[in-house]
Ligand binder design. Structure first.
Ligand code: GMT
Length: 380
C-alpha cells in the first residue's frame, strides 16, 4: 500500500506512535509518505520506503494566524496525486482530520478516491476537541472519516459520549517494538551503565514526558522527595516542556537537586529506560500512557495514576501500581514497598515485560492497522 501519514512531528506520544507505525509499515514493504510541517523526530537516519514532504506555510501581513490546516490539505492532495497514495492516515483529529477531509474532496473533484483514517489519541477528544471553537468541526471530520481508530476503549467511549459520534470506532492500542525496547539481559553490563547515573546501592526512578501540566511533573518530584527520605535513590527526568522549571524549582526548594537529573529531550530513550527500577507517571489524564508501555517493555513497572486508559495497560498490583491523581503519599509508599521487596519487584518487572510482549508488541498491533486499512479500502 502507499500511505500518507500526518502527525505532530515534535515530541509527543501521538507523533511517536505515527512515526513508529510508518517505520514498521515501511519495513513490511509499504510505501510511507509523512506529510507535516517538519520531519518527525524519530525518523532520522532511516530510509527504504519512507518519504517526508514538508508543508510550507507562507505568511502574509493580512494573516494574523497563517492557515496551516489549508496548506496541509493542499499538500496532502498534491502528495496523494503525485505518489498515487491509496489512503491517508492522520494522527490527532485537530486539525489533521479536517485537512484530510478537504484533500479527499479536492481529489474527488478530479475523479480520484482518497479515503482517510483518523486515529484519536487523547486531548484531541478530552480537552482541545471539547472547546466550543473546535467541537463542531472536529465532530464533523470524525464522523466523515472513512475509518476512525482510538488508542483505548476509554477514548472510544469518551468520543461516543462527549461528541455524540455515531459511526463505528476501532480500538487499536498503542504498541512498542519489543526488540528495540528491551531489558539489558546481562546484569553486569546493566550495573556498569547504571553507575553513570547512580551508586550501586541507589534505586533509579525515571519519568518520561513532554512536561505539560497534564503530566504533573511536580508530583514526580514530590513522590521522589518522599522516597529518597527513606532509601538511597536518584531521579532521572527525560523530556522537556512548560513544567520543567517548576519541577526544577521544587527540587531546589526541597534540597534534593543533586539527586534529580533533568536530561532534556533524548532521542534514544530505549537506552535509558532499562536502567530504571521504577517509572513514575502521575498524570492527571492519559488516554493510554505510551511512556509506561515503553518502560514496561524494558522490564520497568510504573507507579502511575489509574486514569483514562491506563488500567487497560497496567494491571494494578501485577504489572505496576495505580493510585488516585495527586496522592503523592500513596505513590511514594507504593514505590517504597516495591523497592523494599526485591522479589516482588522482580516478579512485577517480568510481568510488565510479558504484558508488553503478549499484548502490545508491534508485531501484534501493526497487522491490526493493516487489516483496518484493507477494510477501509474495501468499502469502495
Ligand atoms: O492528547 C495528547 O495529550 C497528545 C498526545 C501526544 O501527542 O502526546 O498524547 C496522547 O497520545 C499518546 C499516544 O497515543 C497517549 O499515550 C497519551 O496517553 C495521550 N495523552 C493524553 O491522553 C493526555
Amino acid at each position: 500500500m502507499r500511505i500518507g501519514i500526518t502527525c505532530y512531528p515534535t515530541y509527543g506520544g501521538s507523533g511517536v506512535v505515527a512515526t513508529e507505525l510508518g517505520i514498521e509499515l515501511a519495513a513490511q514493504g509499504h510505501e510511507i509518505h509523512f506529510i507535516s510541517y517538519s520531519q518527525p523526530f524519530r525518523l532520522n537516519g532511516r530510509d527504504g520506503g519512507l518519504f517526508y514532504h514538508e508543508v510550507p506555510v507562507s505568511s502574509y501581513p493580512l494573516f494574523e494566524f497563517p492557515p496551516y490546516d489549508l496548506a496541509l490539505a493542499s499538500r496532502m492532495a498534491e502528495v496523494a496525486e503525485f505518489y498515487e497514495l491509496d489512503l491517508l492516515h492522520v494522527h490527532y483529529a485537530i486539525p489533521h482530520s479536517v485537512s484530510a477531509l478537504l484533500a479527499r474532496q479536492m481529489l474527488a473533484a478530479k475523479g480520484r478516491r482518497l479515503p482517510f483514517v483518523t486515529t484519536l489519541h487523547g486531548t484531541d477528544i478530552t480537552l482541545v476537541g471539547l472547546d466550543r471553537s473546535y467541537l463542531p468541526i472536529t465532530r464533523y471530520a470524525i464522523q466523515e472519516s472513512d475509518g476512525v481508530s482510538s488508542i483505548s476503549s476509554y477514548l472510544k467511549a469518551k468520543t461516543l459520549e462527549d461528541f455524540g459520534v455515531t459511526r463505528p470506532i476501532e480500538v487499536i492500542p498503542n504498541f512498542v517494538n519489543c526488540d528495540v525496547y528491551q531489558p539489558i539481559r546481562d546484569e553486569a553490563a546493566r550495573a556498569e551503565v547504571r553507575r553513570r547515573l547512580a551508586k550501586p546501592d541507589e534505586a533509579i526512578l525515571m519519568h518520561l514526558s513532554n512536561f505539560r501540566p497534564v503530566k504533573r511533573v511536580v508530583d514526580v518530584v514530590k513522590v521522589f522527595a518522599r522516597v529518597v527520605r527513606e532509601v538511597p535513590a536518584q531521579l532521572v527526568l527525560v523530556g522537556d516542556g512548560p513544567d520543567r522549571s517548576s519541577a526544577e524549582w521544587l527540587a531546589h526548594d526541597l534540597q534534593i537537586q543533586d539527586k534529580v537529573h533533568f536530561m532534556g529531550k533524548q532521542e534514544r530513550v530505549n537506552e535509558l529506560l532499562p536502567l530504571a527500577d521504577l517509572m513514575l507517571m502521575p498524570s492527571e489524564l492519559e488516554s493510554f500512557g505510551l511512556a509506561a508501555l515503553e518502560a514496561m517493555a524494558c522490564k520497568v513497572p510504573a507507579i502511575a495514576t489509574g486514569v483514562g486508559g491506563v488500567p487497560e495497560l497496567i494491571d494494578d498490583g501485577e504489572t505496576g501500581l495505580l493510585y488516585p491523581v495527586g496522592d503523592v503519599d500513596a505513590m511514594a509508599a507504593g514505590a517504597l514497598t516495591l523497592l523494599g521487596d526485591r522479589a516482588r519487584l522482580e516478579t512485577m518487572r517480568e510481568a510488565a515485560r510479558k504484558t508488553a510482549q503478549k499484548r502490545f508488541c508491534s508485531t501484534l498491533v501493526i497487522p491490526q492497522y493493516v487489516k483496518y486499512y484493507e477494510q477501509v479500502l474495501a468499502q469502495g
